[in-house]
Design a protein around this ligand. Structure first.
Ligand code: SF4
Length: 303
């Protein structure tokens, strides 16, 4: 049976102040990490028809490391293979290499095309870098490119959001994910009253969301999920599995999986992941996919 395969790549150059995803800066562990992912994929005899490298920053890995992980699984012909990339960690050569390695969908963490907003988010790229990265991906052969957008960030207004969307839709992308900033406890943002005072209030946030939905729709990006928009045929096949309550493997520290009706999570520790023959898996739900869960997830979809 072919399922989705999520691989959590827990490396980042630097921690963004709002982020609570599990990631570390120890990129010297990348080879050991790759070997552990390969071991786990082989042990589970993974057969996949969608693969998603999420993070963290998967584009900190080499094309060779990506290829070795993909080669460990049985991948169905015509699979969707997505990799999240930070605009500042790619160039045309790297993008061509990962395309040759089998990746056929890129998701760029653009977040905004305003340098002031990007700087407040602590991102390592500016608007020009993001635009160049998307154009380079297109030149490298990618025809399925997604951009992440953040709503309700510090300094963002309805006007600056409209400017970002106007520029974004002119780029060679066919998918947009637009998520509202959530202040998480324990992050630098969670501790900073100054940043929180610069963030739009709930009513302004709601207006920005509705503006984004309308502008994206007007530019051919149909809303198919609360936060996701696509040209026809460009909807994320991997993410649709989550909302349709279909099964997926989850490999890597902090990855979640849903296999044979059971939901599990791997503890968020790169050291434990590398030093264990097989990843530890903590059962989070014995009977995943109950009717109420199916309804809750399906209600996220326009369909
Ligand atoms: S690059 Fe992404 S995963 Fe890494 S710290 Fe920033 S937001 Fe989090």
């Amino acid at each position: 049976m072919y399922r989705g395969l999520y691989i959590h790549v827990p490396f980042c150059k630097r921690k963004c102040p709002y982020c609570d995803f599990y990631s570390v800066t120890k990129t010297e562990l990348a080879d050991d990490y790759t070997a552990a992912v390969v071991r786990n994929i082989k042990a589970q005899n993974v057969k996949a028809d969608t693969v998603y490298f999420g993070g963290g920053t998967p584009s900190l890995l080499s094309a060779k490391q990506i290829y070795s992980m993909l080669s460990a699984a049985e991948i169905a012909y015509g699979s969707e293979i997505t990799m999240e990339c930070n605009p500042n960690s790619v160039d045309e050569k790297y993008l061509a290499d990962i395309f040759s390695a089998g990746v056929n969908r890129i998701s760029f963490g653009v977040q905004s095309l305003s340098d002031k907003e990007l700087s407040a988010l602590g991102r390592l790229h500016n608007a020009e870098t993001a635009v160049n990265a998307i154009n380079s991906a297109y030149k490298a052969g990618f025809r399925n490119i997604s951009a992440d957008l953040m709503l309700a960030t510090a300094y963002q207004t309805k006007e600056t959001l409209a400017e970002t969307i106007e520029k974004l839709v002119k780029l060679p992308i066919c998918h947009v994910s637009a998520y509202m900033l959530k202040i998480e406890e324990g992050t630098a943002y969670g501790k900073s009253e100054t940043i929180q005072s610069l963030i739009p209030n709930e009513d302004e946030t709601a207006d920005m969301y509705l503006e984004a939905v309308q502008m994206l729709e007007e530019n051919g990006f149909a809303q198919y999920e609360i936060s996701n928009f696509a040209h026809k045929g460009c909807e994320s096949r991997h993410n649709l599995k989550y909302w349709r309550c279909e099964e997926y493997y989850g490999i890597g520290p902090s990855a979640h999986s849903y296999v044979d009706g059971v939901r599990k999570a791997c503890p968020p520790s790169i050291e434990r992941f590398i030093n264990s023959e097989l990843q530890e898996e903590i059962v989070t739900e014995e009977n995943g996919g109950a009717d109420d869960e199916k309804i809750m997830l399906a209600l996220r979809l326009t369909q």
